[in-house]
Design a protein. Structure first.
Length: 137
């Protein structure tokens, strides 16, 4: 396999700002965490775009109860569909339920109508030629 360029800290386009409606459906995308496929999600909450790995800290399972739907019925908290753990959208900290740790954040920024994400040493983009591509499900 060809050696990949280091992308940690570089911003990568994620979606148009208009794709993230306040407290609406999240943008979900595939990433690699420590080389393992996982999904991440970004949503707009109180005017700010936040992003986390789509993995509950109680059991490593995806949390959305419908594709891209992470917030509870009142649109106040991130709710894990598996066991009901709840998380503060603004910082990912666990507020209750069986999980005790905060969600893993993914750095994002919004500029000129575009949302960007920043890969890190541990959370990297999936390359189309990577054998793990498309297997985060």
């Amino acid at each position: 396999m060809a050696e990949r360029a280091d992308v940690a800290g570089q911003r990568l386009p994620l979606c148009a700002s208009t794709e993230l409606v306040e407290r609406g459906r999240a943008w979900v995308w595939d990433v690699l965490e420590h080389g393992q496929p996982v999904r991440a999600f970004a949503l707009r909450f109180d005017g700010t775009v936040v992003a986390y790995l789509n993995r509950c800290t109680h059991v490593p399972a995806e949390m959305d109860w419908l594709p891209g739907e992470f917030l509870d019925a009142d649109k106040q908290l991130i709710l894990c569909s598996m066991h009901g753990a709840i998380f503060e959208p603004s910082d990912g900290r666990c507020l209750g339920g069986p999980a005790r740790a905060a969600l893993t954040p993914v750095r994002v920024a919004e500029e000129d109508g575009q949302v960007y994400w920043y890969p890190s040493r541990d959370i990297r983009p999936v390359s189309p030629d990577d054998p793990a591509a498309g297997s985060a499900a």
